[in-house]
Design a protein around this ligand. Structure first.
Ligand SMILES: [Cu+2]
Length: 120
């Protein structure tokens, strides 16, 4: 009788444990999305930022909201982080939150995309 009970417990453990592990793994988000304030001015800036950032490690999706100049970047969890993405943006020539644009990269941008210009 006891053996039978033990066997039953063993069997249910073997069945339940993998299921709960699987369910947990499924619930965990595999991607992360961050929003970063940039100094983009126009559609060209948007295209430039989106194209370049798409090549950063683990990046799945990039979308710049031109109106508020906020870029949202979705990347594979653990493959990238906000600080690295901010640095990548500054290397393209734009401000990223508190980080100022890389001056050299900024000066290479088409004149219409440089800071101080009106959004157009
Ligand atoms: Cu521009």
């Amino acid at each position: 009788m006891i053996m039978k009970k033990l066997t039953l417990i063993m069997i249910s453990l073997v069945l339940i444990v993998p299921i709960s592990v699987f369910a947990q793994g499924d619930k965990k988000k595999k991607t992360e999305t961050v929003e970063i304030q940039t100094s983009a001015i126009c559609g060209m800036c948007k295209e430039r930022l989106e194209k370049n950032l798409a090549f950063e490690k683990g990046v799945k999706a990039v979308e710049l909201n031109e109106e508020i100049k906020v870029i949202s970047i979705t990347y594979k969890k653990g493959k990238n982080d906000k600080e690295s993405l901010k640095k990548a943006i500054t290397k393209i020539g734009y401000d990223a939150d508190d980080l100022p644009a890389n001056q050299e990269a900024h000066d290479k941008l088409p004149e219409c995309c440089q800071q101080g210009n009106e959004p157009h």
